[in-house]
Write a protein that binds this ligand. Sequence first.
Ligand code: ADP
Ligand code: ASP
Ligand code: MG
Length: 412
Amino acid sequence: MPVLVMKFGGTSVANLDRIRRAAKRVGVEVAKGYDVIVIVSAMAGKTNELVGWVNETSPLFDAREYDAVVSSGENVTAGLMALTLQEMDVPARSWQGWQVPLRTTSAHSAARIEEIPTDNINAKFGEGMRVAVVAGFQGISPEGRITTLGRGGSDTTAVAFAAAFDAERCDIYTDVDGVYTTDPRIASKARKLDKIAFEEMLELASLGAKVLQTRSVELAMRYNVKLRVVSSFEEQSDDAGTLVCSEEEIMESNIVSGIAYSRDEAKMTLISVADRPGIAAAIFGPLSEAGVNVDMIIQNISEEGRTDMTFSCPVEQVTRAEKALQEAAERGEINYHDLVADTNVAKVSAVGIGMRSQSGVAAQMFKTLSDEGVNIKVIATSEIKISVLIDRKYMELAVQALHDAFELDKVA
Ligand code: ADP
Ligand code: ASP
Ligand code: MG
């Protein structure tokens, strides 16, 4: 029988009523003749609570134990979803990641999926089971420890299962009815897209649009998974929501297709570091070893052999970054006068494939921000995106102003 993957995010399984509602949606697909693999997230807010408990217990925690704790939310919803389906007379059972086993690397809290054997679940489908409910976000390392795939990782579990089982489609059920030109919770004029290209979705996701985890889009692109984002709160037709697909399948083409933001960024500046060959490696090597995700980097023009180095990273990694740099300085690998952290910044980005062939987007973006009196602290560009770091208090204003300036509420 054809296989369908259906993933339900936290708000879609936030309580027993919502789990029942999601199970009914699954029942509809089973009745159409699909064998269904359901991937569930933890109940809304649960993972945040678990992360909070870990941080309170041990600020520079052992990542293996972090994973043991934060993966547990999904176990509860997987079991409850299987029970709910059984109550509806749909033959179903649950799997935790290690039972599949969903094999990952040992990069705890940010593990990558290496293998999903299909025999175990397929054997059960062969025996008449119609729904395999799998706990999202989690797997098992080569050392036999529980791993997690990074925040939002259930999306990636879903796409990886769709690829492994050659599913007809991977439907991501969430609390919005598709991918919008920007977060509809921030800009009321945000417009739902019927289709979005993999490359654009990849950029939007990596720049903060959390509707899909970045890695899930990468996998969908690589394995050509038919990926759809739909609402779990509205009745669905087969063409509802947003289809993430290849560029060739899209007719509409705004130069800028979306605005993304990332609220909790920090800007760190090392003041007066010796400017010599190898200095960037001496700074960013220890940061990488400490697990700090450095994003934008600027090195100023050097004066008398000394320079300032600025970089951005997620705000929750500032303590880790400071510790790594202080230790490198104590070991004599780097030497700086001061380390200044600005923890009140956010990143706002414009994304669009059309930028490859059209100039002027950067100029318009800077002018729009300037007209709103927003000061730009750091700029980064690539082929299809422009990002700026600004004061966090202007973030929503900047997103709305840019959405207006690029007329994203209108179809080109
Ligand atoms: P889930 O719990 O279902 O995985 P998430 O909270 O991870 O849901 O992702 C859905 C949220 O993503 C939406 O509620 C919305 O606020 C946010 N979001 C950010 N950017 C976008 C966008 N461009 N389109 C749609 N939603 C977006
Ligand atoms: N529950 C995890 C999180 O909140 C994974 C997910 O929902 O995708 O990050
Ligand atoms: Mg999510």
